[in-house]
Ligand binder design. Structure first.
Ligand SMILES: Nc1ncnc2c1ncn2[C@@H]1O[C@H](COP(=O)(O)OP(=O)(O)OP(=O)(O)O)[C@@H](O)[C@H]1O
Ligand SMILES: [Mg+2]
Length: 1028
């Protein structure tokens, strides 16, 4: 009988990790019973609530007891420890399996969110898998009279769509094991090792062995384990001899790859997208879950893509099939992980809709045994008849007896086969156990280095002991005094460890890369307990000194992050320096800034590895991380966001490409594949070189965004012309060029307006036509062209609501090229939006770098409207669409727009009436003092006063533009990282000088304005004689 039930979903939130604590992260997750809410850190009132079958709060309210267990601070506290989680999830899985149902437990969540902690556990805090196995064997022991039990344990990893058997050495080469399909069994892994087990300690040992293989595979393939899925299959067979029934069930325990991998690539257009097999399993799992969730909602689903990936093939029965399935979604509590946590919750929400149909897998005891038993019975009968009849035929009796013995043997063979397997496995296990015991003894006697992996589960798995004397370390393992390691950039003989007179030192072999505590070393260096070593590109080890030097301190703080932060700090990148750029204190750091810092730390080792692969494969390109300042592209000049990009440079031709983070991560996976095939797989020599269009190291050349300049538009609101020399600033704050540009208010025919057209009140522009020209005169001091003469540039810009960016014609081979480019823009009826825009925004002028062989940027005129004379580009289409919206009416939006419009109109009328009244009052006052004066004269005087005022304003704006420039220069003025005391003194002097200059200039501008205004007022008074 099948029972229909939904996938059960649990959510667990972990404590802050060190990095989150250091950054002063806020917890954005809250839970009440089974409801879980997540708060948007950028928009605090905005939160979303989800409801799941289980919600585990493991974030706070815990303490570590004397056995090292994390338990609730007070009894009955809300903290969910490992035992709670097992009680809620593990026990159910176990009960189901014992009843004969297939059962599956999946852990889903971003890297570092606690999947492995929940599934496997760390140290004494054992996770679901070991506890489940422990309880299973306990149960079997207590019920061994009623049933005979067989347990088989398998452990595999899916990496890059290859299945690797973690319990066998044989499958690691040649593309892994094959997945096959069988009518009865469904999909299964052919040749996967199934180890018979009869106790929990044995299972733990097997898991340790599997983890060791995982670590080796990760270094061999130069891949990261958090990108692979780990699957443990526990097969149970219960034989109830009395009832002649066998129950069989499979328990799948799946620790999935970090979920952010699913989004990191593929989301962005890359010409080599199809190669992202690395994410295929995770993406397909998402698609399968979506399809099944839709189906549960009654939508029509034609196809469920189980067959699209290895993982979904193996989990077919777990998802929508014959299995009782539980998913645990793990979350980081921190604000910087908001996006990822929200996406995990959404994923879990979909998964809980999936409906399965589980059946008890029970069958009469195997047919073969039954048949043999029946045949034996028949034989026995015949034998006894023969005896009774007394017809003794020796030959026949002999034959019958032979058959009988043969059959009995076969029955016994079947029954003892399991025991034999078990004995073999136990023997194997004892050997393993002896090796582990030996290792533990060595740890108490000698100093050693142990691996530190990005995946904390794999850290501390490899230990290399440095006994007395000299020890070579490297790829070679041909001498008894060699310590063999693998990894990118590791040489045959990489370095020598010496242990003499209780002192350990390392001497790099020339040309090999050795970093100690973040610093590159080339000479003999003495090591201290807990020193950090990086060998080659990115093989990270912690040095553990002599037992006498060790104390009870916690080594776990020297995790992978610690190593990478130390390396970043050596490059001058630390959270402090990023905060300084923003004028922020680290404890109030913008989460997006922290995210950039962590991205940098995460990408740094990947860039080092990409460089090593490029070198070994002779690709001739170099990769470099850059922190891009997004203020460059912000038309208000806000300096809030930063982003990581990777600069790729061809060593020989100096050609440059800029890759986004997502593109680089995607390419890095592909590079690993190529490297794997060509170098590790040894196919390099007899392989045709990879065609360019499939080469992840190569890309066609594209124009490069070098930097931007801001041309403030404020003067246009007053119809004042502006002529400026603006600095083009690169993403890292470097000066890329100086650009001479003008903004010229003009007549519809393009003739410049005069001073009489200057406005004092910009609102006078409202509803009127505004024409102006952008003139790009010249570029000076182009750094891009100075570096290589065969380059060119173009300027790109996008004015207000113009639908397309426009580009100036390309200029080549010149450091100071004349651009002489002029574009006219027209607003037919200036709207309030445009006016606001002009008063507070700048036109961002983007400098684009061209390289030989790359195509130039062209302005696409799709959707761009021109005036009838075809000479001017129409902007400010809002006013036009506004009319349209009001006319069409009907919708809520257009009616509120209409209301606003009416308000605006009323305000305008009120304004005009007030002005009129004002002017009438003035007239009255005037005539009272001086008698009647004709209207014309008054207008003239007002006109001349306004013109004077406008002139004064113009002078002021010009002054302010250069003051603004000075302010920007001041902001960028920073001491160099390497500055010594003298350097710092010089910096302070220079800074003080700039500040003084800035203050004087500002003072001067304001004073001039004050004087001008005072003079105008004085003249006006004198002329009108009001107060004379
Ligand atoms: N509930 C928890 N209580 C205490 N510590 C936890 C908890 N969950 C996770 N951690 C800690 O957080 C770190 C990362 O957890 P874990 O290795 O389980 O992440 P993961 O999701 O498996 O990441 P990856 O995708 O990289 O494998 C570990 O050091 C672990 O000890
Ligand atoms: Mg993990």
């Amino acid at each position: 009988m099948s029972s229909k039930d939904c996938v059960k979903v649990a959510v667990r939130v972990r404590p802050f990790n060190k990095r989150e604590r250091d950054a002063g992260s806020r917890c954005i997750i809250s839970m009440t019973s089974n409801n879980i809410s997540i708060q948007d850190p950028r928009n605090q009132p905005n939160s979303r609530t989800f409801t799941f079958d289980y919600a585990y709060w493991s974030h706070s309210g815990f303490t570590r007891n004397k056995d090292g267990l994390f338990v609730p601070e007070e009894t009955g506290g809300r903290y969910a420890d490992q035992a709670n989680v097992f009680q809620g999830l593990g026990q159910g899985i176990l009960d189901n399996a014992l009843q004969g149902y297939n059962a599956t437990l999946l852990a889903y969540g971003q890297t570092g969110s606690g999947k492995s902690y929940s599934m496997v556990g760390y140290g004494p805090n054992k996770g679901l898998i070991p506890t489940l196995c422990e309880r299973l064997f306990q149960f079997f022991r207590s019920t061994q009279d009623s049933r005979q039990c067989q347990v088989f344990f398998s452990m595999l990893e899916i990496y890059n769509e290859q299945v690797i058997d973690l319990l066998s050495k044989a499958s690691r080469s040649s593309g892994g094991l094959r997945v096959r399909e069988d009518q009865q069994r469904g999909f299964y892994v052919e040749g996967l090792r199934r180890v018979p087990c009869d106790n929990a300690v044995q299972v733990e040992q097997l898991m340790e062995q599997g983890t060791r293989t995982r670590t080796t595979v990760a270094t061999h393939m130069n891949a990261n384990s958090s990108r692979s899925h780990m699957l443990i299959i526990v097969q149970l067979k219960q034989i109830f001899s009395k009832e002649c029934i066998t129950k069989q069930s499979n328990i799948n325990l799946v620790d999935l790859a970090g979920s952010e991998r699913q989004r990191s690539s593929g989301s962005e257009a890359d010409r080599l997208k199809e190669g992202t097999a690395i994410n295929l399993s995770l993406t397909t799992l998402g698609n399968v879950i979506s399809a099944l969730a839709d189906m549960a909602l009654g939508k029509k689903v034609v196809h469920i893509p189980y067959r699209d990936s290895i993982l979904t093939k193996l989990l077919q029965s777990a998802l929508g099939g014959n299995s009782r399935t539980v998913m645990i979604a793990t979350l980081s509590p921190a604000d910087i992980c908001y996006e990822e946590s929200l996406s995990t919750l959404r994923y879990a929400e979909r998964a809980k809709r999936i409906q399965n149909r589980a059946v008890v897998n029970e069958s009469p005891t195997e047919r073969l045994v039954k048949e043999l038993k029946a045949e034996n019975a028949k034989l026995l009968l015949r034998l006894s008849r023969l005896g009774q009849e007394g017809r003794r035929s020796d030959d026949e009796t002999k034959e019958l007896r032979r058959l009988l013995t043969h059959n009995e043997l076969q029955i016994r063979a079947i029954q003892t086969l399991w025991e034999q397997h078990l004995q073999e496995a136990l023997k194997d296990w004892e050997t393993q156990y002896a090796t582990i015991t030996q290792e533990r003894r060595m740890m108490q006697m000698h100093p050693y280095i142990m691996n530190v992996n990005e995946d904390a589960q794999l850290s501390g798995v490899v230990k290399l002991f440095i006994q007395d004397g000299d020890w070579d370390i490297g790829l070679a393992d041909n001498s008894p005094r060699a310590l063999s390691i693998r990894g990118l950039g590791i040489q045959d003989k990489h370095a020598v460890f010496s242990n003499h007179q209780r002192k350990v030192s390392i001497t790099p072999v020339s040309g090999s890369k050795v970093i100690v505590n973040g610093m590159s070393v080339s000479k003999i260096t003495e090591l201290q307990h807990l020193d950090r070593l990086v060998l080659g590109s990115n093989s990270t080890y912690l040095f553990i000194g002599f037992p006498s030097e060790r104390s009870v301190e916690d080594w776990s703080r020297y995790d992978y992050d610690y190593f990478q932060s130390e390396l970043a700090a050596a490059e001058g990148i630390h959270i402090q320096s990023l905060c300084d750029d923003q004028g922020q204190k680290p404890n109030q750091t913008d989460p997006s800034l922290l995210a950039v810092f962590y991205d940098y730390i995460k990408l740094m080792p990947m860039v080092t590895e990409a460089n090593q692969m490029s070198k070994e494969l002779k690709k001739g390109v170099e990769f470099k991380l850059e922190i891009k300042n997004l203020a460059m592209s912000d038309s208000k000049g806000h300096d809030l966001e930063k982003e990581i990009a990777v600069r790729v440079t061809s060593v020989e031709s100096k050609q440059v490409w800029m890759w986004s983070k997502a593109k680089f991560v995607n390419r890095k996976f592909l590079m690993e594949e190529v490297y794997q095939q060509e170098v590790v797989g040894g196919e390099g020599a007899d392989r045709a070189p990879l065609p360019r269009d499939r080469d992840p190291f190569w890309d066609p050349l594209e124009p490069l965004h070098l930097g931007s300049a801001h041309l403030w538009l404020q003067s246009l609101a007053f119809r004042i012309p502006l002529e400026e020399q603006v600095e083009v600033v690169g993403p890292e704050g470097t000066e890329e060029a100086i650009l001479q540009a003008q903004l010229v208010p003009c007549s519809p025919m393009g003739l410049p307006l005069g001073e009489d057209d200057i406005l004092i009140d910009p609102s006078e522009l409202l509803g009127k036509r505004l024409d102006f020209q952008l003139v790009l005169d010249q570029c000076c001091g182009l750094r891009w062209v100075k570096e290589a003469r065969n380059r060119g540039v173009q300027i790109g810009f996008q004015m207000f609501d113009c639908p397309q960016p426009l580009y100036s014609p390309a200029v080549w081979h010149n450091v100071n090229p004349l651009l002489d480019h002029r574009v006219q823009f027209t607003a037919l009826r200036t709207s309030q939006e445009l006016l606001n825009y002009l008063q507070s925004n700048a036109l961002v002028l983007e400098l684009w770098g061209l390289q030989e062989g790359c195509s130039e940027l062209v302005s696409f005129m799709d959707g761009v409207k021109m005036t009838q004379e075809e000479e001017s580009i129409i902007i400010d289409k809002i006013s036009a669409s506004e009319n349209l919206a009001v006319e069409t009416g009907g919708s809520h939006l257009s009616s509120s727009l209409r209301a606003l419009h009416q308000d605006l109109e009323q305000l305008r009328n009120a304004n005009a009436a007030l002005r009129k009244e004002n002017s009438a009052l003035r007239d009255q006052l005037h005539s009272a003092k001086n008698g009647v004066e004709n209207n014309r004269g008054r207008h003239d005087r007002r006109g001349s006063c306004d013109a004077e005022f406008a002139k004064a304003l113009k002078v002021f704006y010009h002054g302010m533009t250069s003051v603004r420039g000075q302010l920007q220069r001041l902001r960028r003025h920073k001491p160099s990282e390497e500055a010594d005391l003298l350097g710092l003194r010089l910096f302070v002097d220079e800074h003080a000088y700039l500040l003084k200059d800035f203050a004087e200039h500002l003072e001067q501008c304001v004073t001039t304005l004050k004087q001008d205004v005072a003079a105008i007022v004085r003249r006006k008074r004198e002329k009108s004689g009001i107060w004379s």
